[in-house]
Design a binder for this molecule. Sequence first.
Ligand code: CUO
Length: 687
Amino acid sequence: DRPCLPIFQPKGKNADIFYDIPTNYFTDRYRPIKDQITVRSPGHTLIKVTEISAPDITVAASLDKRANFSLFNSQHRECAGNLINVFMNARTTEDFKSVCVYAQPRVNPYMFIYALTVAYLHRSDTKNLPLPSHACQFPELYVDGTVLAEARSVGTVLPDGFRNPIEIPRDLTASDLDPEHRLAYFREDIGINLHHWHWHVIYPTSGPRNIVNKDRRGELFYYMHQQIIARYNYERLSNSLPRVGRFGDFEDPIPEGYFPKLDTVLASRVWPSRQENAKLSNLARESDGVFVTIDDMKRWKDRIYEAIQRGSVNNGTQLVPLTEETGIDVIGNIIESSILSVNRGFYGDFHNQGHNMISFIHDPDNRYLETFGVMGENTTAMRDPVFYKWHSSINEMFDTYKQTLTPYTVDQLGFSGVQVTNLEVVTDGVNGSNNLQTFWERDQFDLSRGLDFVPRGGVFASFVHLQHSPFTFRITVQNTGNARVGTVRIFLAPKRDERGRDFRFREQRLMFVELDRFTTNLRAGSNTISRKSVDSSLTVPFEQTFRNLDSIDLSSTSSADNFVFCGCGWPQHMLLPKGTPEGLLSDLFVMITDNQQDRVDNTSMESTTGNCDSAFSFCGVRDRRYPDKKAMGFPFDRTARTGVVTLNQFLTPNMKVQDIRIRFSERTTDGRTLQAAQNKSKQANQT
Ligand code: CUO
């Protein structure tokens, strides 16, 4: 049984599955006409829903059903918390189904799906079950409003089989007059935004404590977002743009404008935009319960920096030292902030309220009755150029803390008796080694499940995204000791800055993006390690992001038969930065450390549960501790020991650097979902 799936996924293969809803579960408005509105179709399946006493969802139901839902809003978080608690506390799967059927017509749909997803991912009876993609449920949060309008019209007028995919234009939100628009393919990538949404569902800032309190969640907040900034800067250098600038003071105008062109379906409006050079002001929005002043922000920031510099945090009664092991985690929970913050009253809600301030910049006191802009929601925030400025300044706080730590010594970096003698990368279809290849790929996904009234069958959106040719790392290692286990860490960074000068270590360490992390058995003597890009510990397979040609089949128990949105991870198609047509010169870095010292009991870096794993680098391992004892971002999280100016000077024998090039080609190829769709229609034509 998959409780609530017909609600998650009302179309496609499940379109004939209905709930037999107890009369008392209908809202007052619909109860008298229950029989008229109950859908019947030949061959339908009716699933009985047991009537249990109605759960108390008063708080959850207090959120306007047509409101845009935001996890940065504390009132909304409280409403969602109520619903999550109700879902989590349902004792049996049957009860879970009942409360979910009861709650659905009574609460805000965005919040409902969010709470249901959190419950699904955390309840022991549902956590291994597949979920439909958020992008299929709420396509309006991921694609242009005009595409959806067209999809509705195509879906209504044309029968299945006659519908051509609707193209999502490349120049969707701006023209090339805006230099920032060069990065739109990254900021508006569906897979990247899905990842960000998913990450925040797994690591919520509030809700039941046992859900929030995951191993090293504050540190992971730091690391995952630090890596997003490093990746964004890499993309900027690939597009002849300088690294992202500082956010500046709260009084400074924000140079970047953003016009999202997304619809808010519930309120029949478009998402608010931001003019260039808009300025922040104090927020006083009675109806959303959002009150925060620029002075609050400055005060919180000063207190956080003070704690960082002093090396201890004020928990309300005393100063608690930040330790090497957990300091970054404590700081992460403070800055974000989450309910795990040691003192939210004192350190405030800095990062979340920054999102709010920016997202309400156009209507800080609600005089125009406008909702928040894209920065106000995890699903959409990464579309806006200012996201990267805001998170760069957040990252600067974290890095200031990291700079207070003693640099790693040669001993701490080394692995006695282990020497990496060669490193190369071989790309499928490319002659010679050490050349990575990127290009555009055309794919499609089904919008129909997020549209309320289209007939059955798919309505596809066709879109272009960055892609790379699969590649393999080859690493040669000499081991003069006994057989042992090593942890392999692979990173990539641009070699030169925006002015074409070789990076110094001081700056380059912040540019390194993680590509992979895994364990390897080292024999005594010479070893050759071969590792494929598709196995990266950072990414989930392309299919996991986009396979949605068929909806979830309730009759099948295999997740392979279903479109599953089950593993959290960076999308595989965005593993590499775009590079340049000439080939962006980069440093590929590998390091092997002693797994004896990295190992964490009861968890592993290798996937364990088949094809629905999270990619651990950014997302951890479900129900387990983070499987690597080292600080996240090791060895680049700290400044280097005295005397190290360049990357080469930083190296110990268990590390190796290789010059490589990332070559971008303008060609556009057909992606896998598109090929699958074409094969399918070919088959259909033949039968
Ligand atoms: Cu993920 Cu600010 O935390 O967006």
